[in-house]
Write a protein that binds this ligand. Structure first.
Ligand SMILES: Cc1ncc(COP(=O)(O)O)c(C=O)c1O
Length: 466
């Protein structure tokens, strides 16, 4: 194994000497979705990163198999981005949002209008993914209010989805375990089943199913009363359910249904945007144009907090295209369009375009897929799915019957934790894991990742009875 280890001195010595690993320091911080006592038993504190490698405070290196968390598309320590930010810091760090915008924000909005498909030409800049999905759903409601349909307020979304942590985004979210502790969430949010073809909730098989999971949305809209439904929000590829990848007809069918019922189709491309699926946006990968596209994460690759929504001309017209009764979008956040974040976004988008990172995502994604296919001999990989450099692996106890491992086994979690100890960071869940390395990843690094992954699977298999 060529993952580099920390040099010199015992690990125990280094841990006891390092203040960042001591409970005295760590007891003051709360991490995302993490039980802190558990975290403190084996804390991981990063200190630097380069390319697809992280280094922790003890000097141990980790392969970043998940781009931080689907964020660092251009790779760590990209000098173009860092230098651009430094130059902006010397010029302007904050503009007065109620009075003005700034040169970087204007340039970024124009650039986004150029790289998004179709007429997604109007952009609201924000700072995080939850802000983006909230803004999109609020935009849809206000749009209908001022275009003669004031009763259209309901939002349809999917089970197993994640749209963010704030209350509106969480209400659209369909991942039970992230919601229950905060329930009741908002009213007017309806959920439908996503296209989990490997385990169809309707007991059907693709393609003889005629993509029922998409066509049924029309029945849902009719039953809710189409005069009450404002928007349908979906991730083109769902992360939390295990990289749920739709068949090619799925999103175009949703598009038709939404058109038929004057429901705005919102794509949550917080993860799938900026080259991840092999095109700038998954809207292009699946050849479907949403009315509103939410973006974040890879937009500034983590160099600064940045997100946005882009919306189409017919939506924008309701806000500033009318001669009379022009109404502003009644929404805003202090840090939206921040000049430093916007500069980071411009540099990242230019990097993606000039280095053809979309092409690289396709090429390296195909290579990663091939390496994972080779591991099917381990007889626990039920399905590999995804697009570009967003790939999920679902584990099964029996590849013929698709029987999953028992819930108590948490096979994927065991694999993920074992891999972490061996120096690979992946996204893991009880039944699946995901790979989404920076788009600059090299073949040798993919080889290293899949080697560690297969060793980890074998190690867990040796502990788990079948
Ligand atoms: C698909 C999707 N939408 C929205 C969000 C929320 O983004 P943020 O954490 O930046 O608020 C996330 C975060 O993981 C996400 O994966």
């Amino acid at each position: 194994m060529s993952v580099r280890k920390s040099e010199g001195g015992s690990v125990a010595d280094k841990v006891s000497e390092n203040p960042y690993l001591s409970p005295d320091y760590l007891k003051h911080i709360v991490l995302d979705l993490m039980q802190m006592q558990e975290f403190m038993r084996e804390p991981l504190v990063m200190s630097r990163a380069e390319g697809v490698w992280y280094e922790d405070v003890l000097g141990k290196k980790y392969l970043d198999g998940i781009s931080g968390i689907f964020v660092v598309n251009v790779g760590h320590n990209n000098r173009r981005v860092v230098e651009a930010i430094k130059a902006q810091l010397d010029k302007l760090c904050f503009a007065p949002p109620l009075h003005a915008t700034n040169t970087a924000a204007v340039e970024l909005a124009k650039l986004i209008s150029e790289v998004t498909p179709g007429d997604l030409d109007t952009v609201k800049l924000l700072s995080g993914g939850s802000e983006a999905t909230e803004a999109a759903m609020k935009l849809a409601r206000q749009y209908h209010k001022q275009t003669g349909n004031p009763n259209k307020y309901k939002v349809i979304s999917r089970y197993h989805s994640f749209h963010g942590a704030t209350m509106g985004a969480l209400s659209a979210t369909g991942t039970t375990r992230r919601k229950v502790v905060f329930e009741p969430t908002l009213t007017g949010y309806i959920h439908v089943f996503p296209p989990t073809c490997y385990r169809c909730p309707y007991g059907k098989q693709y393609p003889s199913c005629d993509v029922l999971c998409a066509t049924i949305v029309e029945d849902v809209i009719r039953n809710e009363g189409s005069e009450t439904v404002s928007s349908f929000i979906t991730e083109p590829i769902g992360n939390t359910g295990g990289i749920i990848t739709p068949p090619p007809e799925y999103l175009p069918i949703l598009r038709e249904i939404c058109d038929e019922h004057n429901v705005l189709l919102i794509f949550d491309e917080i993860i799938t945007g900026f080259g991840r699926t092999g095109n700038m946006f998954a809207a292009q990968t699946f050849n479907t144009l949403p009315d509103v596209l939410c973006m974040g994460k890879g937009m500034a690759s983590g160099y600064a907090p940045l997100a946005a929504i882009a919306f189409r001309d017919h939506v924008a017209k309701a806000f500033w295209g009318w001669e009379e009764d022009r109404v502003e979008f009644s929404h805003g956040h202090t840090f939206g369009g921040n000049p430093v974040s916007s500069t980071a976004g411009i540099a990242c988008i230019k990097e993606i375009l000039e280095k053809d990172l979309c092409g690289r995502a396709r090429m390296m994604g195909a290579y990663l897929w091939k390496r994972l296919e080779e591991l099917k001999g381990l007889r626990v990989i039920g399905e590999i799915r995804g697009k570009g450099l967003l790939i999920g692996v679902e584990f099964v106890k029996d590849v013929e019957t698709r029987e999953p491992f028992g819930e108590e086994v948490r096979f994927g979690v065991q694999v993920g934790r074992t891999a972490l100890k061996k120096g690979l960071i992946m996204r893991y869940d009880p039944n699946w894991v995901a790979f989404a390395p920076p788009l600059v990843v090299e073949r040798e690094e993919i080889d290293l990742m899949t080697d560690i992954f297969s060793e980890s699977v074998e190690e867990v298999l040796s502990r788990v009875p079948r």
